[in-house]
Design a binder for this molecule. Structure first.
Ligand code: PLP
Length: 433
């Protein structure tokens, strides 16, 4: 054997030994830089990696602590590692994880019963995300109209700046071309009108009411810029859909599960939808979504017409039940409303003092937005430097979505950080001037 082949054998053996060394997830070191080489680059995450959370706080790999006013974009509604959720998922993990929809399961039936008890709904369909919930809601509306009125009643009216998810149907229904372009051909039959424009809604119904199967709306636009629907717009949507045998679908994926101080945001307006999508806070961090509908509309779906392998999974719905236990406990929604008011009042004061940074305070309850005068990314980064997590939104807005369990002291602490972030930006501007 020559030297070269002997060396090759030694190298190959060494490689096999390395490969045979057992690795577990815990022994694989990872850093933020790995994201850029390993992951599909459809996100641009922050420069640090959160590793642990508790209540309104998270810690990164370097042990730095942040106050979390992002809540995973309104998902960790009860904060991180809430004891009731830990109990629920641990108990369920020791009992039954998954059975598929060829069998039903107790946690899913319990969650459906309770969602029905506390809303307009009479039927529930479970899925795993907000996009899936809206996708199912739109398919339900199309199928209902198709079966009852014929195939020409298929048009969906949606609003500009809305966000409904990333499936091809929901991204097309969403009112932001930047998310929907480049994936075509997109589903047809969707018309966008300006949000809160009653005249535009009346006009589209006057022109093609017989063809419209549904109006899809967020009662408070989140991703688009934290803009609440006016009561007049919601009233008009309810009135016109009813008059034209169309459905009102409300997307409460972000605004629901107590975020505005009512279980669902539309309750403030005194209207009820025919169909509603919810997700995010419903699982408190465990993926779950739901479509809620009246009995008549729900009956449009029959066995085989729609489905989802994981939808209504016992683990997800057990956690959903635990979230509901907390959110429906006496006084909890009042707490959300009170904390929302406190935060909004403090923010109004900050806007008055730092009008060069903050232009307007938007939103309701603990779903608030700072419309910025400077680029929202600048404020977002200045807040991160103060160790405060927030999220951006469209229309140059920074979203504040603290966990619903947030307390007065944490709100005051967060406002002090916002103040410091504004001062830092003002100082920087003076230095650069
Ligand atoms: N609808 C609304 C109002 C949302 O805010 C979102 C997500 O931000 C979605 C739908 C999509 O939800 P998911 O990302 O869980 O699919």
């Amino acid at each position: 054997m020559n030297t070269t082949s002997a060396q090759a054998i030694v190298a190959a053996t060494a490689r096999r030994e390395v490969a045979a060394t057992p690795t577990t997830a815990a022994t694989v070191p990872v850093t933020r830089a790995d994201f850029d080489t390993l992951m599909v680059q459809c996100y641009a995450p922050a420069s640090f990696v959160p590793v642990r959370g508790e209540g309104s706080r998270v810690w990164d790999q370097s042990g730095r602590m942040y106050i979390d006013f992002a809540s995973g974009v309104a998902v960790t509604a009860l904060g991180h590692c809430h004891p009731a959720l830990i109990r629920a998922i641990t108990d369920q993990a020791c009992t039954l994880w998954h059975v598929s929809n060829w069998f039903t399961n107790e946690p899913a039936l319990r969650l459906a019963k309770r969602l029905i008890e506390h809303t307009f709904a009479e039927r529930v369909f479970f899925c795993n995300s907000g996009a899936e919930a809206n996708e199912a809601a739109l398919k339900l509306a199309r199928r209902h109209a198709h079966d009852k009125y014929g195939e020409k009643k298929y048009r969906v009216i949606s609003t500009l700046n809305s966000f409904h998810g990333r499936t091809l149907f929901t991204v097309t229904a969403g009112g932001q071309a930047k998310y929907a372009s480049g994936f075509g051909p997109n589903p047809a039959g969707i018309t966008h009108i300006p949000y809160n424009d009653v005249a535009a809604l009346e006009q589209v119904f006057a022109e093609s009411g017989a063809e419209i199967c549904a109006v899809l709306l967020e009662p408070l636009q989140g991703e688009g810029g934290m803009t609440p629907a006016t009561p007049e717009f919601l009233d008009a949507a309810r009135r016109l859909t009813k008059a034209h045998d169309a459905l009102l679908i409300l997307d409460e994926v972000q605004s629901g599960m107590g975020r505005t101080g009512r279980l669902f945001a539309h309750e403030w307006a005194g209207i009820t939808p025919d169909v509603m999508a919810t997700a995010k806070g419903l699982g408190g961090g465990f993926p779950v979504g739901a479509v809620l509908a009246t009995e008549e509309i729900g009956s449009a779906m029959t066995p085989g017409s729609h489905g989802s392998t994981f939808g209504g999974n016992p683990l997800a719905t057990a956690v959903g039940n635990a979230v509901l236990d907390v959110v429906l406990a006496p006084g909890f929604l009042d707490h959300v409303a009170a904390m929302g008011l406190r935060l909004k009042q403090r923010l109004a004061g900050l806007k008055d003092e730092h009008g060069g940074i903050i232009e307007e305070i938007r939103g309701q309850g603990l779903m608030l937005g700072l419309k910025c005068k400077v680029p929202n990314q600048a404020l977002l980064q200045s807040l991160a430097a103060e160790r405060m997590l927030t999220v951006q939104a469209g229309d140059n807005v920074v979203r504040l979505l603290p966990p619903l369990i947030v307390g007065e002291a944490e709100i005051d602490e967060a406002c002090a950080k916002i103040e410091a972030a504004c001062v830092a930006l003002e100082t920087q501007a003076r230095v650069e001037a």
